[in-house]
Design a protein around this ligand. Structure first.
Ligand SMILES: [Zn+2]
Length: 443
């Protein structure tokens, strides 16, 4: 493993960013945290001031090696249990995180679109030392805190995470429609439709393991195993808002109880498109099976399809399926139009709601791309899936052009809200010492 001491900013580093980072972080140097609190051991307030200790806030990579930015915190002496304890550090630090809040937030923000190793490299470019294992721990901790605060829990197990709760501070689509009625009306949205889907990112090392196992099976004359081990990532999505409602990342197979947990935040949608997975049965009110999946299952039992495929008449088959899809689409639109008139655009004579899970499959594809590398641990994968879903929902750029998402414009997400332990602390605004006065420009 590379020693952190060997680190250099490298030729791709940028002076402007490096200087800005240094200036900002050096302001924290020597900050004193002296806010008292009850003794964490006995909860009593029977203490006296003790001494000051140093704590690392950030580590800079400089031409002269690593530079530690430290802050000081007061220690108190508990007269009841005869121990020392530290002042309240929550102004600058999250629980269980070594570095200061700005460093943790930056790690998490970057980890929403790149792997921990890439985050380490990226931070090196701006002169900040954080190793990839630390980034990974922050990602896992983010996932744990998220699940604790916004988990949908069955028998004390957090099965699914409510992304709407983190983005808008609401539990369900029903509540979103109430709380954001004005904002939705401005977008011309009367009703919301949902999508739910699953995807299966492969586990780290699973392809190699599958290959080796299948070599052995071959020797034994057994059938090969088809799929490598994977995680199950389930998503609930609101295509009109380009926004995730719920996410789950698990090692177990998809099941009805999981579909239920995934669907809870979606309650309040007019209807919800899913694939033909049986687990969704009885879960989603107003469930509409994805047209594409329905066509596929219809095609499976279709004699004409079988005949054309057998005869190798591929062009004819494509034409036949296209026509079948068009007919099915027409029928479906007629039904949906009658049932959900608010999605019918009179001017364009078009049904504007989702009819296939395509909308979310784009999202799933983006999530997988944001995961970047396979993971062995579901905990790391869960943290990264959640960060990816938030990043995607808060996007300001989509389909090749600037487009500020609904959650970006109206949502209330902050890393503080998740990492601050949900203790109701206000987001930190003045956590650094005052900036030096800016010299006015000479004209
Ligand atoms: Zn005590």
């Amino acid at each position: 493993m590379q020693e952190p001491n060997d680190k250099e900013i490298g030729s791709f580093g940028n002076d402007l960013l490096v200087d800005a980072v240094r200036m900002k972080l050096r302001w924290y140097q020597g900050t004193r945290l002296r806010q008292s609190r009850p003794c964490p051991e006995c909860k009593e307030e029977n203490y006296r001031k003790h001494d000051f200790e140093d704590r690392i806030f950030a580590i800079l990579i400089t031409e002269d090696g690593l530079e530690e930015i430290t802050v000081e915190y007061r220690r108190f002496w508990c007269k009841t249990c005869q121990r020392t304890f530290s002042a309240d550090l929550s102004r600058l630090f999250y629980d269980e995180c070594m570095y200061g809040k700005p460093i943790v937030n930056l790690c998490l923000q970057l980890a929403s679109r790149m792997s921990p190793t890439e985050v380490e490299r990226d931070l090196q470019q701006v002169g900040i030392q954080v190793d990839k294992d630390t980034v990974r721990r922050y990602v896992e901790l983010f996932g744990e805190n998220f699940a604790e605060q916004h988990g949908i829990t069955v028998a004390e197990e957090s099965l699914s995470q409510n992304v709407l709760a983190a983005l808008f501070d609401v539990g369900t689509v029903e509540e979103l429609k109430d709380e954001y009625a004005e904002e939705l009306a401005e977008e011309g949205i009367d009703e919301l439709a949902g999508c739910a889907d699953e995807t299966y990112p492969v586990k780290k090392g699973a392809k190699k393991e599958l290959y080796e196992e299948n070599m052995e099976r071959k020797q034994e004359g057994e059938e090969p195993r088809k799929h490598p081990d994977s995680f199950m990532v389930g998503c609930g999505y609101l295509p009109q808002l380009d926004c995730y409602a719920s996410v789950q990342c698990r090692q177990t197979a998809f099941a009805s109880v999981l579909a239920n947990a995934l669907g809870l935040p979606l309650s309040g949608v007019a209807y919800c498109v899913t694939d033909d997975e049986d687990c969704y049965n009885g879960t989603f009110e107003g469930r509409v099976k994805c047209l594409f999946y329905r066509l596929r299952s219809r095609a499976r039992g279709d004699e004409r399809v079988e005949q054309l495929a057998e005869e190798g008449k591929h062009e004819e088959l494509a034409e036949y399926l296209e026509k079948a899809y068009a007919d099915l689409y027409e029928q479906e639109i007629e039904t949906l139009k009658a049932e959900y008139p608010s999605f019918w655009d009179e001017e364009r004579e078009e049904f504007t709601g989702p009819v296939t899970t395509n909308a979310i499959e784009g999202g799933n594809w983006r999530l997988k791309r944001k995961l970047r590398v396979p993971y062995r641990r579901a905990d790391t994968a869960r943290g990264r899936v959640l960060l990816g879903a938030l990043n995607d929902s808060l996007a300001v750029y989509r389909n090749g052009r600037p487009a500020a998402s609904f959650a970006h414009r109206h949502g209330s997400f902050s890393f503080q809200q998740i990492m601050g332990g949900g203790s109701g602390q206000p987001p930190d605004q003045n956590i650094h010492p005052p900036m030096p006065p800016v010299r006015s420009a000479v004209s």
